[in-house]
Ligand binder design. Structure first.
Ligand code: URA
Length: 425
């Protein structure tokens, strides 16, 4: 077997054989296939696709490149959620403790933000003392004692994906549906969860800009999970506008705690509850009542225990940025559009995100929204507040915003897209 013949097969629109796939993933992980050869293959896959048989084998080969975790010793059923990433998507923070409070175990291996989308680990790291990196034993202990754990995936889990994802990131090959599906599902299947709910985002702030692409990604992932014995469901959810009223690390933690305290923006509450119901259903806990667990404080109790178990202080004051800049409404009327991608880029430019994996993020940086689509605004009222420690970033961030919103004359009718657009099982 050699890399050139594998690349040629896909370049010429052929179907990769199981042997070719097993070999190329293993040889790439061991360093025998070079980065430039894997880049060529990734680009051929982006351009010419893979069929379902190839995707399933590719995913299995990535799982086989590392260890598989096992939660059989736990007394509770395991259930997990994965979001394909969006702007203001802090849902994992209230969701994991909420589902744990309803009787499931939630092993949530999360990532960092890259580009305009935020990452759960960056958000939680704004809590003083909180640690993202746990050994497998520590992870199991937190999961067993609190019911939920949110941490970084260990190096042993799907190492082929770690290497390939970093390569795709710098070769313009992230957006291939077969590669996204196999990347996400190899980690989730290796993680060993019994049930999985996929939150596939669709809209300007998501990887998938159209509902057709989101459907294709969701159904590919549901088939991969189901065929591997993981009960898998996908919700296609709106990412044309940011979720909630904040985008940025500490700002999003603050909003998540508001939701756990019984308040918070309605779209965040609605999506948290919709995903919680799916996760509990998939785990066989059909009688659980997540709405009650949110209102009676039991989800907040799990949150506090989970944060403390990972070294964090749930009562600590969260960091705030040193400088603020307010953007005001240029006219009166109805806010009919607030673009998720533009807001995400502006938050990223303020210091909430990173351009390279090794860059630091500012805990307090980001954007606070004072109006959402459908709201009536008056000329001069604050539309959003930009936060950063480095005020020289304001100009660059503001350049992302002139086309970010539309204000229509007062009385213009407006109908919002539902947060959950479709369900695929
Ligand atoms: N998230 C992943 O883990 N992998 C991808 O390819 C895209 C998003």
């Amino acid at each position: 077997m050699d890399a050139i013949s594998v690349i040629r097969t896909k370049r010429d629109r052929g179907e990769l054989t199981p042997e070719q796939i097993d070999w190329v993933i293993d040889a790439y992980t061991r360093g025998e296939v070079a980065d430039e050869q894997m880049s060529a293959l990734a680009m051929a896959i982006l351009l010419n696709g893979m069929n379902r048989t190839e995707i399933a084998r590719w995913t299995a080969a990535m799982i086989a490149s590392g260890e598989r975790m096992n939660f059989d010793a736990l007394s509770r059923p395991t259930t997990d959620k994965h979001s394909t990433g969006g702007v203001g998507d802090k849902i994992t923070l209230p969701l994991a403790p909420l589902v744990a409070a309803c009787g499931a175990a939630v092993p949530q291996l999360s990532g960092r933000g890259l580009g305009h989308t935020g990452g759960t680990l960056d958000k939680l790291e704004s809590i003083p003392g909180w640690r993202a990196h746990l050994s497998n034993e520590e992870m199991l202990t937190v999961l067993d004692t609190t019911g939920a754990v949110i941490c970084a995936a260990g190096d042993g889990l799907a190492p082929a994906d770690k290497k390939l994802y970093a390569l795709r990131d710098v070769t313009g090959t992230v957006e291939a549906i077969p590669l996204i599906a196999s990347s996400i599902m190899s980690k989730k299947i290796a993680e060993g969860t019994g049930a999985l709910v996929l939150d596939v985002k669709v809209g300007s702030g998501a990887f998938m800009k159209t509902i057709e692409d989101a459907r294709e990604l969701a159904s590919t992932m549901v088939a991969l999970g189901t065929d591997s014995g993981v009960r898998t469901v996908a919700l296609l959810t709106d990412m044309s506008t940011p979720l909630g009223l904040t985008a940025g690390n500490a700002l999003e933690v603050r909003e998540s705690v508001e939701v756990l305290a019984g308040g918070g923006p309605q779209d965040v509450i609605d999506l948290t509850l919709a995903l919680a119901r799916e996760m509990l259903d998939a785990a066989g806990l059909k009688d659980a009542d997540p709405e009650k667990a949110l209102s009676d404080g039991s989800a907040m109790d799990v949150w506090r225990r989970m944060i403390s178990a990972q070294g964090g202080d749930p009562d600590a004051t969260l960091p705030t940025a040193r400088e603020q800049h307010v953007v005001t409404a240029p006219a009166s009327g109805v806010l009919t559009r607030l673009d998720a991608y533009d807001v995400g880029v502006a938050a990223w430019r303020l210091g909430a995100g990173r351009a390279r994996k090794e860059d630091p993020v500012q805990a307090g940086a980001g954007i606070e929204l004072h109006a959402k689509p459908g709201d009536t605004v008056t000329a001069g009222q604050p539309l959003m507040t930009l936060h950063t420690d480095t005020p020289e970033k304001f100009d660059y961030a503001l350049k992302a915003l002139p086309e970010a919103y539309d204000i229509a004359p007062a009385g213009t009718s407006f109908s919002a897209l539902p947060v959950v657009r479709e369900r695929i099982a």
